[in-house]
Design a protein around this ligand. Structure first.
Ligand SMILES: [Zn+2]
Length: 224
């Protein structure tokens, strides 16, 4: 569905009455084009005079980058509303999705037949809807056991990751490519040498029109 601020606002109000006894005060709602999350509760933390924190300046952010079903958007709003109800009451949870969060989540899922989760795993269909053409610097790593991995490097970290990935003992070989294929949008841009699993078929199918990169000193060249 196409997400608008008005939609998020009206759902917030509806769910607030229905599931939070109307106790949540309204907060600024914004859309973002992030691929790395569906929703986010932003806030500031102020140190209290006698220890502890005060949470304030809440904002609800919903990403409209990836097309997802209405039901999933609603559950994302609810997920963030649970965070909001905990933090705006200045309660301390046992972790970021701790006991308080989980018990409220289970309660809403049961009573209102929702499907709120700790983390949304994008389905392949959702990921395939992201067709924006962006430039990807791709490192394909081959592990000693023959498995393959992939890292999409943030541009500013290209040289760093070039060395860092090669230095991982379990990796026997690294190969670098550049591609515009939207398939690679599904991987986060890495600042750190983190490697994601990928099948040989997915690699072969999606690297077909990629160019290989070569490094000479601190310069990277595209081999055409
Ligand atoms: Zn969360």
């Amino acid at each position: 569905m196409i997400i608008s601020v008005d939609f998020v606002k009206s759902k917030f109000d509806e769910f607030n009455q229905q599931m939070f006894d109307g106790k949540l005060s309204s907060l600024p709602i914004k859309l973002s084009s992030a691929r790395t999350y569906l929703g986010q509760l932003r806030f500031r933390r102020k140190r209290k005079l006698f220890g502890g924190w005060k949470y304030c300046d809440f904002q609800l952010i919903i990403s409209n980058k990836i097309q997802i079903e209405k039901q999933v958007v609603e559950d994302t709003i609810l997920h963030e509303m649970i965070h909001y109800s905990i933090l705006s009451n200045q309660l301390m949870d046992s972790s970021s999705h701790g006991k308080l969060f989980r018990s409220k989540m289970l309660d809403l899922n049961q009573r209102f037949n929702r499907n709120i989760s700790i983390r949304h795993r994008f389905t392949k269909e959702e990921q395939d809807r992201d067709v924006e053409h962006r430039l990807h610097y791709i490192c394909v790593s081959k592990f000693i056991d023959g498995k393959l991995g992939i890292t999409i490097a943030a541009h500013a970290r290209l040289l760093y990751l070039w060395d860092a990935l090669f230095a991982i003992p379990k990796i026997s070989e690294t190969d670098w490519f550049v591609s515009h294929n939207p398939f690679f949008n599904r991987f986060p841009r890495s600042l750190k040498p983190k490697v994601y699993k990928i099948t040989e078929k997915d690699l072969r199918d999606n690297l077909a029109d990629a160019y290989r990169l070569r490094r000479v000193g601190d310069k990277i060249y595209i081999i055409k």
